[in-house]
Write a protein that binds this ligand. Structure first.
Ligand code: TRP
Ligand code: ZN
Length: 880
């Protein structure tokens, strides 16, 4: 692994490079142990750069074989070479010269999965963010755009397929069993978008005719025999291409678009120009092996990577501080796509749940950073929920503030003004200012300040004057390295809900700009008066989750209950019930800690029953409503002195109370939702399965529950139902004959299918209670487990540490000890994965004192053992 230099990169230090590389020619002579890469770079001095400026190229663990400048072997005094750097001290005086660099590497031994590596015998690359420098010396930074021509040579038998970016140019035989292919990508691109794939794979072909009538050949490459599992991904791809034309006016620009699925991949997928590379988990699916959540993820990630072609590739980032320019925007685009393809309300609730589960704890803990960070030590550690998910929320707020039309005009201007460029967040904001005439300078703080803003809101209604007054106070909790915060512009969508459930009319008087159902909060305090309000309303605030904030509202439970049944905004209606559940759980937790047994108000059960049976609501929405806040959600709401066992007990008690209170209705509905039709992954069918599986989760807590779940498991005709039942058995009835039998049956049926076995590992790793650790230790020795495969690691170790509150946070600290060993073991091969796993301890300071001390000890031993910049960076910031 690269030795950590401890160097910190700062946004304000950005300087354009003295040299450009307009053209890059690469020749790969592939072989597992000794691949030769010949790079011929056309280097140009930037206008105005000093003639004697040295040319310093990035490298990472490279072995240089040959170096020529304008055709002559480089002399020792002209350059300095190390594994991590190539400096041409005395570059030629000409404005333009050619550099030939030959390097050698062993893809078969590359377990970091960055640069050129082998996955199941397939050569593939991953260059974002700084992997290209593991292939050759280069100006490996996103503002260096180059036109690539790539020649790939390999053995025909093992690698009949030779792919790279752009369009195919030529291919032929080389004799001695070897062959070659040449690819040319006419679009200048940064090195992080370079890709190569060579191997023996099956192909699914299709075609797409773009809006201007150009034909595009589509290919999805998968392991032989898995072609029929790529049909859904192909369909999602074509729908994405059409949607980007219809909604953003964006057309695809090459004559081919290829996707390759590989089994060993650090992240979800990668948007390399014309050659997306995917974690196979986000390509392969059928009803037998994939859940509805898998189908939804495939659709979203296929779309995400495709949408990058415009937001990321045609317009890229000036530097890695601007990562959210492509990621936040592209997540926003894939969210909108899924909302249009499925149910907008359901999608929005799911997004907010994800944001709160992943981004809020990040923003409220030691790893908090602005959507656009100002400093980093290891850029790989900034592919975070803040950059992606909060970054998307910021784009959504721009649309909320500007309105749909001006937002679209701003996006059009962005594509027009910056196509072919490496841009910044300032450029992005400017197009919206220019398109709308609005000043976004205060809004820009969303990119600059870390932390989750808070609004405290109180209201008073004067019946005689028909006047409603809102007192709004904005506060911004401090975050690491930002003690003092500036006030933000928060667009708060709202409604005043009358007794018949419809929104009341009002006139907004003063105090803040109120426009189209949005209060624009931009000061510390606002007093907003509404006149002409005919009756005392229930307040529906932050509708659609218009701003990624926390909110405290003085509101009676009666109003909350009313909103949970009547709010016309589906998100806020869901939120109202969720808040009631959350408050009940927090109170229940307090009772458990005081030695008591939690009791829950009967109206809570009645409300749950009404929502479950309300046929005017989509089943998927009802499932989301009935799904109790997770243990981590409750912990986040409580905020400090967390005892995961108490939370678990309170949550179990509430689930049981709701199940007991609604047994006949839940049972009837459960049976009514049984679907005998052929499987379809569409959102409505998935919603019915989600509701039925949610009801199973409740009913399984009642007498006879294990039998019911076993019945569900054995009669399941798709993976969604099968996996749901297995989880219920393994979590609610651990150790029962039914659970043991189902786990064994599942293992027998899917032992040969790694992606399905991941579910088996994951379900067991998530089983609550102290014995989970022994289970996980045992599963580490299972033949289907592998320490080198990221999907396996995430399924077992990632799930245990990030999603098993009672198991991981065992009070004796043994969960942490296992975790420390595993993270350090992972780091030896794959530092990026190790660093990701290590973030599981980021909320250690909110634990109760005993666990907190043990977590700290674990972090200290991680800090002592860490070697890589990736892991050191996470651990040191977590401890700071
Ligand atoms: N750009 C990719 C995406 O979000 C993310 C990604 C894929 C990545 N592989 C990576 C980031 C490896 C860092 C390292 O679509
Ligand atoms: Zn992305």
């Amino acid at each position: 692994m690269r030795t950590d230099t401890g160097q910190i990169f700062r946004l304000e230090d950005y300087r354009p490079s003295a040299y450009l590389i307009p053209e890059t020619e690469l020749i790969f002579r592939l072989s597992p142990e000794a691949t030769r890469v010949t790079a011929t770079l056309t280097v140009e001095r930037r206008e105005g750069a000093p003639v004697d400026a040295p040319l310093v190229l990035d490298g990472d663990g490279l072995q240089l074989v040959r170096l020529e400048i304008d055709g002559d072997a480089a002399t020792a005094d002209a350059c300095e070479v190390s594994a991590d750097r190539l400096a041409i001290i005395l570059p030629p005086a000409a404005d333009r010269f050619r550099l030939l660099i030959e390097t050698e590497m062993a893809p078969a031994r590359n377990e970091a999965l960055m640069g050129l590596y082998r996955s199941n015998g397939v050569y593939c690359t991953q260059c974002e963010a700084e992997g290209f420098r593991r292939i050759t010396y280069f100006l490996d930074r996103p503002d260096i755009l180059s036109v690539y021509t790539v020649r790939v040579e390999a053995e025909r038998e093992h690698a009949p397929l030779l792919l790279s970016n752009g369009n195919p140019v030529e291919h032929g035989d080389l004799g001695e069993g070897r062959h070659y292919a040449v690819w040319h990508d006419p679009f200048p691109k940064p090195s992080y978008l370079f890709a190569l794939v060579a191997g023996d794979l099956g192909k699914v072909s299709d075609r797409f005719v773009t809006m201007s009538g150009r034909e595009v050949e589509l290919g999805i490459y998968v392991e032989h025999g898995k072609e029929k599992l790529a049909g859904y991904a192909m369909d999602a791809l074509k729908r994405s291409m059409r949607w980007d034309e219809e909604v953003f006016g964006r057309e695809y620009d090459l004559s081919v678009f290829n996707i390759v699925a590989v089994s060993d991949f650090n992240m979800g997928a990668m948007e390399n120009k014309g050659l997306n590379i995917f974690n196979d988990k986000y390509v392969l699916a059928d009803s037998e092996t994939a859940t509805d959540a898998d189908f939804a993820n495939i659709e979203a990630i296929i779309a995400h990577e495709y949408f990058h072609n415009w937001t990321g590739n045609r317009i890229t980032c000036r530097d890695w501080f601007q990562l959210c320019l492509k990621e936040g925007l592209t997540v926003y685009r894939d969210h909108e796509f899924s909302a249009d393809q499925r149910s907008r309300a359901v999608k929005r609730i799911a997004e907010v749940r994800t944001l709160r589960a992943h981004q809020f704890p990040e923003d409220q803990g030691p790893l908090a950073h602005p959507v656009r960070p100002r400093r980093y030590r290891e850029i790989n550690n900034f592919y975070t929920a803040t950059v992606y998910e909060k970054g998307s929320e910021v784009v959504r707020m721009i649309r909320t503030i500007l309105g749909a039309e001006a937002f679209r005009a701003g996006m059009d201007l962005y594509f027009q003004r910056h196509d072919g460029e490496a841009a910044t967040i300032e450029d992005f904001l400017k197009v919206f200012e220019d398109a709308s005439g609005q000043d976004l300078s205060q809004f820009a703080l969303w990119y600059q300040q870390a932390g989750t803003p808070h609004l405290a809101i109180a209201s008073a209604y004067d019946a005689a004057r028909q006047e409603l007054t809102l007192e709004i106070e904005q506060s911004l909790p401090p975050t690491p390295s930002e003690a003092r915060k500036r006030l933000m512009h928060i667009p708060l969508a709202f409604g005043l809900v009358g007794q018949d459930g419809s929104d009341l009319a009002y006139q907004a008087a003063d105090g803040a700009t109120v426009e189209n159902g949005i209060i624009h909060v931009h000061k510390r305090r606002h007093t907003v008066r509404f006149s002409g309000v005919a009756e005392r309303p229930a307040l529906s605030l932050n509708r659609g989750f218009s701003a990624p904030i926390t909110l405290s509202v003085e509101q009676s439970p009666q109003d909350q209950i009313f909103l949970a049944g009547n709010d016309s905004d589906a998100f806020s209606r869901w939120q109202a019930f969720n808040t009631l559940l959350s408050e009940a759980l927090i109170a229940g937790c307090r009772t458990v800690l005081g030695g008591g047994t939690p009791q829950f108000a009967p109206w809570l059960g009645d409300l749950a029953g009404r929502i479950a049976g309300d046929e005017t609501l989509e089943p998927a929405y009802r499932a989301l409503s009935l799904n109790l806040p997770g243990e981590a959600d409750i912990a986040r709401e409580i905020g400090k002195d967390i005892d995961p066992n108490a939370i678990f007990q309170a949550r179990e008690a509430l689930a049981r109370a709701l199940a007991e209170g609604n047994r006949p209705a839940f049972e009837a509905l459960y049976h009514r939702l049984r679907d005998n039709r052929a499987f379809s992954p569409d959102a409505a069918s998935a919603g019915r399965r989600a509701l039925r599986n949610c009801l199973l989760d409740y009913l399984a807590l009642l007498p006879g529950g294990a039998g019911l779940a076993a019945e569900h498991f054995h009669s399941a005709t798709n993976m969604t139902d099968r996996a749901a039942a297995l989880a219920v058995l393994a979590h609610r009835h651990a150790g029962s004959p039914e659970a043991i039998e189902a786990l064994a049956a599942f293992e027998r049926a899917y032992a040969h299918d790694p992606l399905v076995m991941d579910k088996w590992f994951q379900i067991q790793a998530a089983a609550p209670g102290p014995q989970a650790l022994e289970t996980v230790r045992t599963l580490c020795a299972h033949p289907a487990f592998s320490m080198t495969n990221p999907n396996r690691l995430r399924a077992l170790v990632g799930t245990f540490s990030a999603a098993n509150q009672t198991g991981f946070h065992r009070p004796d600290g043994e969960g942490y000890r296992f975790f420390t060993e595993t993270v350090l073991e992972t780091e030896k091969r794959n530092p990026q994965m190790a660093a990701r796993l290590a973030t599981a301890l980021r909320s250690w300071r909110s634990l109760e004192p005993t666990r907190q001390a043990r977590a700290r000890a674990a972090l200290l031993s991680l800090a002592a053992g860490a070697q890589s910049a990736d892991l050191k960076d996470i651990v040191e910031r977590t401890l700071a």
